[in-house]
Write a protein that binds this ligand. Structure first.
Ligand SMILES: [Zn+2]
Ligand SMILES: [Zn+2]
Length: 451
């Protein structure tokens, strides 16, 4: 939802995982096995690229990923996995039971695309339109362009690639891998539920229960480089509506009513004193408060009774979230009250909590990430983008990392970000994603889930 995955690790300095090698003692996956893995990934890559282009050309909005889910389920069945469909609307789960006993681990990919009209000019660009209803019933049913502008097409191809190369050595796998293909990461149509939370409610983390979960997200960055945070990954996201109610009057005699416009202006500025003046900037990075929509009025000389504003709040912990929400409410109602008006702030459905990596898992698996890309891994401290992968990471140990996908010849710092109609994914980064998820999974299983 509303990501800008510049890099999962952009906000901190560089540290190289080799620093950590000496502190980790663990079973390693044998060299021959890794060579076979690399060969299998090389052989699978052309087909995965073709698959991504096909998915890219046929994007579907949240809870409507019918074709995509069918394609994923068919591919998983072809690979010999046990497949369940229609979990949390269009969700698909593939179970790969290894021939040897061991832990259960999950890998997650999203299925959904965004209401964005593609402008990449690629030969496989999407021309699809679909009925869209965001968080506003008044928009329900509007036809919009649809695009895989967050790179979930790449995630699907990568995770199917992992299923393929690990299924090929099923008999020797010490444990079970649960492949979770989740709908509606970008949000649900108005009035519906979905995403990670609904899949969890419908039992995706049970029978068998994974002891850990892995996932990745593509974004601007040198193609094939990886980034990870040792703790905080994605921010909590809360979308809100503020309604300021005054009293309608003529534009020529405002004193005969209560004008909500200056109050809206004061409230927007008042809110910006929360990050700059009210929260402890040493304890935690500041929250982000942004207004994305203002609705009010009908014509120039009528002061309306009401102004309605929509915005998004990004916070980094549960405590910061609760604190800032109460400050948003207090600021709005006290400023409105100062002019005899009233204001209320409502949090819309579809909030995501802040997400965290399991520090111990990151430290143990970082050498695998480094080996997968062949380049230093950027260690960062999380982003203000949100992702409902956080729902899993709040329940079981998780590892979520970033994969740079900016094509060669484009400066990653200037690349179009996720959700842009010009967002590009370099196909050459796909095998790095497959290798990284395969290696962390094999290593986790070889170490019996670090129990
Ligand atoms: Zn997104
Ligand atoms: Zn995304």
């Amino acid at each position: 939802m509303n990501h800008s995955f510049a890099r999962l690790g952009i906000s901190a300095g560089l540290l190289f995982s080799s620093l950590l090698h000496n502190t980790v003692s663990a079973a390693v996956v044998d060299a021959e096995r890794l060579q076979t893995l690399d060969r299998d990934i090389r052989q699978a890559t052309p087909q995965l690229i073709e698959l991504r282009h096909d998915i890219h050309q046929h994007p579907e909005l949240g809870n409507r990923e019918v074709r995509t889910a069918k394609l994923v389920a068919a591919r998983l069945r072809e690979l010999g996995l046990e497949v369940q469909t229609d979990i949390g609307h269009t969700g698909v789960v593939g179970l790969l039971r290894g021939g040897k006993p061991g832990p259960v681990v999950a890998i997650r990919s999203e299925l959904d695309a965004l209401p964005v009209t593609e402008q990449t000019g690629l030969p496989y660009a999407s021309t699809v339109t679909q009925a869209y209803s965001g968080n506003d019933f008044s928009q329900a049913g509007k036809q919009v362009g649809v695009m895989h502008a967050c790179g979930h097409d790449a995630h699907i191809a990568i995770v199917l690639g992992v299923a393929q190369v690990l299924a090929a050595h099923k008999d020797s796998l010490p444990g079970t891998i649960k492949f979770i293909f989740q709908p509606a990461e970008e949000g649900v149509p108005v009035g519906e539920t979905g995403g990670a939370r609904l899949m969890i409610e419908q039992g995706v983390l049970a029978n068998p229960a994974p002891q850990a979960i892995f996932g990745l997200h593509v974004g601007p960055g040198v193609s094939g480089t990886l980034s990870v945070s040792r703790q905080r990954t994605t921010a909590a996201s809360d979308n809100f509506v503020a309604t300021i109610t005054g009293e309608q009057t003529h534009g020529a005699f405002p004193w005969a009513g209560i004008d909500p416009f200056p109050l809206a202006a004061q409230i927007i500025l008042g809110w910006q004193t929360i990050p700059s003046r009210q929260v402890n900037l040493v304890a935690l990075p500041a929250p982000v408060i942004s207004i994305g929509k203002i609705d009010a009025g009908v014509r120039s000389n009528i002061i309306p009774a009401e102004v309605r504003m929509e915005g998004t709040l990004r916070t980094l912990t549960d405590a910061q979230r609760d604190d800032v929400i109460s400050r948003l409410q207090r600021t709005a109602s006290k400023i409105a009250e100062s002019a005899g008006a009233s204001a209320k702030v409502e949090i819309l459905p579809g909030s995501y909590p802040a997400g965290y990596n399991n520090t111990d898992l990151v430290d143990k698996l970082l050498p695998q990430l480094e080996a997968s890309s062949g380049k230093p891994v950027t260690l960062g401290s999380g982003v203000y983008a949100a992702d409902d992968f956080a729902e899993y990471s709040r329940r079981i140990p998780a590892l979520f990392f970033g994969l740079g996908v900016t094509p060669d010849g484009i400066d990653p710092a200037k690349a179009w970000p996720n959700h842009s109609p010009k967002f590009l994914v370099d196909d050459q980064a796909l095998p790095v994603g497959v290798r990284a998820l395969s290696r962390v999974t094999l290593t986790y299983l070889a170490n019996n889930g670090y129990k």
